[in-house]
Design a protein around this ligand. Sequence first.
Ligand code: P6P
Length: 334
Amino acid sequence: MIPTQTLQRFIHSKQRQHSASTGELTDLLTAISLGVKMISRLVSTAGLKGLYGYSGVTNVQGEAQQILDQEADEILVQLLGSSGHFGSLVSEERDTVISSDQEAQLGLGRKYVVAFDPLDGSSNLGSNIPVGTIFCIFEKPNHGRKASNQDFLQSGKNIVAAGYAVYGAKTSFIYSSGDGVHGFIFDPSLGEFLLTEPELRMPERGSLYSVNEGNYHRWDKRMQRFVDTLKLTDKQAGTPYSSRYVGSLVADFDRNLKKGGVFLYPADNKNEQGKLRLLYECMPLAFIAEQAGGRAIDGQRNILDIVPQNIHERSPLIIGSKYEVDWYQSFKAD
Ligand code: P6P
């Protein structure tokens, strides 16, 4: 059966299910999907245009910014700006919140705010490892007030929509607006994303674990004990698990979503708060995981229960099938 439902038609069908819908969320998701198409083209042709390498800028994370990080960020900021439907944006690549001009000029409070990582895993670009874009959308607590950092410091339970794109052998787009997770594949010959995986569910349990074992001696004993347990030969426990680690969050998570198992990026004595960013990496993927029947915690708390204290806050992340996340949580902290 050939896929016939485009992302555009699918988003509109979801909008029609909500009589009070203003169409603003549809416009935002449309702008993001167009941005993903442009970033997909950018990533696939970058090597031919000599666009690999560093921009010479160090971003707010203290990381050397890749040229493509900057380009992908610019694409999303411009497209979201032209949609006219966001109050403010947070990007991994920018120190501060970006307010929409229209809101500033008209003094109107826009309904939504958007946080995104424009190009996650970009350090892998030169070696053709999949990279991606991650986003989440919140409703502004107070539409009438000009947007600010405060608009993003809310629980992940308030996420209105979230998703990610993977730029790999194919460009895929996975998103949820709170009623299930839906997967699309980009068909360059049509210029459209086509629905291929409606109502995606994460397997209850998997047989894969995904973690950077090079950090093993930096972990706490709890994480060491858990990973050691996954490696034991114990038929009754269903171990050993197989190890899979790409080093690109969207690629590792996408495999996790489809095949089950667990991805772990714990805090360690080098990254005491964890390495991944709470607002635009952990929370969007936690939203997707929970919508698909999985779980995501920071070691103790559900990721979606955490209220960020700042827009670039980092967090430990244990995410995946409910069975494995529960199993990790059953290991007592030191
Ligand atoms: P490490 C990529 O730089 C990234 O932010 C995520 O995409 C990925 O999961 C993680 O870092 C990999 O980190 O320390 O294992 O190289």
